[in-house]
Ligand binder design. Structure first.
Ligand code: SDX
Length: 379
């Protein structure tokens, strides 16, 4: 048998068969269970989209109402989790806190029978409901504020803002965040979803699989980019400074955060939708010079990188939306994790339905038959 060629980063190498979502990177198409992301962003909610991702079809009204009722009791955190949150180092990054707390959630949850659909569903509900509350609670504790009890009557998006800010969000704030969660919920075999499936394939369960995915998403080349994009825009200071800043990055062959994608070779469809959300927020919350700076960077990048298929991705405009919602910059990636928990759990369920342990090969480049020398005989 011929030795397979190494493919760096497994670029384009199928790791699984999946029906959860589809991307056409040339056309800029993203669809969840066959539904185009633009339609879901306009017409769906995060809970409805999650049900779609997990079950393959849109829910009936009765199914959606039942799903929301299933989730609500799991918003409340066990006392041990609250105690652990209070003990976490405040200077740590919220993604580090979230990764630790999701693994700990497994320690206070019933053991999951991986062969039983009802048990897998219960574990999925517990993770989806707790993650937003964990992110919000860690943020409040960092601010030195008392925790507020989750409100089970609220949507996941509204309850997150309530638990973080201690005030109920306006209708437009809830809808904008809910739409952002829909846009970030799922994206085929991205690095964190692949990590989730690798961990899941060892049959450890949802909590450690999602915890591993959180750690993967944290990286600046993946979900951590949204936080760095906003810092980039603040560093540039205004559209009039964009060209000098951009030219310096190009000259240094440095990566511009929020641009480029392993699959998309055109503008990410989610970037278009997030731009629309930003503009909608500006009508009620006022604009920001960061947006004008982003547009100038986008124009410069199109001229310089467009022919190489490097265009704005999902992270390029999302931070502007989150900042307008009053969300701290280092909470942007945890919000990405809140949304992607829906997709990770869809892939976990799919993996458990037809599991095969991930154990790829390698191309060995080391030595053979090395000679042993005792410690004192080594030069
Ligand atoms: C997400 O996979 C997913 O689906 C992820 C995601 C999801 O929803 O799960 O879509 C979310 O992670 C979006 C991506 C967020 N990351 C960033 O914005 C970080 C900046 N982007 C780059 O690091 C990069 O574009 C990647 C990592 C996203 C993709 O890079 P690849 O496919 O590994 O390609 P590469 O890094 O090898 O780049 C190929 C060439 C290089 O130039 P050469 O060495 O060939 O001369 O393109 C250049 C790169 O230098 N390049 C960039 C660039 N991205 C690629 N140059 C400047 N700025 C950039 N942003």
């Amino acid at each position: 048998m011929s030795t397979p060629e190494l493919v760096p980063g497994l670029a384009g190498v199928p790791a699984a068969e999946s029906s959860v979502s589809f991307i056409d990177g040339t056309q800029g198409i993203l669809a969840y269970r066959g539904h185009r992301i633009e339609v879901l962003a306009e017409k769906s909610t995060f809970e409805e989209t999650t049900w779609l991702l997990w079950n393959g079809v849109l829910p009936t009204r009765a199914q959606l109402d039942a799903f929301k009722q299933e989730l609500q009791p799991y918003y409340a955190l066990a006392p041990e989790l609250v105690a652990a949150l209070k003990a976490l180092p405040r200077k740590g990054h919220p993604m580090e806190a979230l990764q630790a707390m999701v693994a700990m959630l497994g320690m206070v949850s019933p053991a999951c029978d991986l062969k039983d659909e009802a048990s897998r569903h219960d574990a999925s509900l517990r993770v989806l409901a707790a993650v937003p509350v964990l992110v919000a609670c860690f943020e409040r504790l960092r601010r030195g504020e008392e925790l507020v009890e989750p409100d089970p009557s609220l949507s996941i998006a509204a309850n997150f803002l309530w638990c973080m800010n201690g005030v109920k969000p306006s209708a437009i704030e809830e809808r904008i965040l809910d739409c952002a969660l829909v846009l970030h919920a799922e994206h085929t075999m991205n690095a964190s979803t692949f990590a989730c499936r690798v961990v899941a394939s060892t049959e450890t369960g949802a909590y450690t699989a999602v915890s591993g995915a959180v750690g993967t998403l944290y990286g600046p080349l993946h979900g951590g980019a949204n936080e760095r994009v906003l810092k980039q825009l603040e560093e540039i200071g205004g559209p009039e400074n964009a060209k000098a800043w951009f030219d310096a990055k190009v000259a240094a062959k440095a990566k511009v955060m929020g641009l480029g994608h392993r699959v998309y070779k055109t503008k990410d469809p989610r970037a278009h939708s997030l731009q629309n959300l930003a503009r909608e927020l500006f009508e009620s919350h006022g604009s920001t010079p960061l947006y004008d700076t982003a547009l100038e960077i986008e124009r410069l990048a199109a001229d310089t990188f467009g022919s190489r298929g490097i265009w704005p991705n999902v992270d390029f405009f999302s931070g502007i939306v989150y900042q307008k919602l009053g969300i701290p910059t280092d909470v942007f990636t945890p919000i990405f994790a809140i949304a992607r928990t829906a997709g990770w759990l869809a892939h976990w369920r799919e993996q458990m339905g037809d599991n095969k342990l991930f154990r790829p090969g390698q191309i060995y480049t080391g030595v053979h038959d090395a000679e042993w020398k005792d410690l004192d005989d080594r030069g």
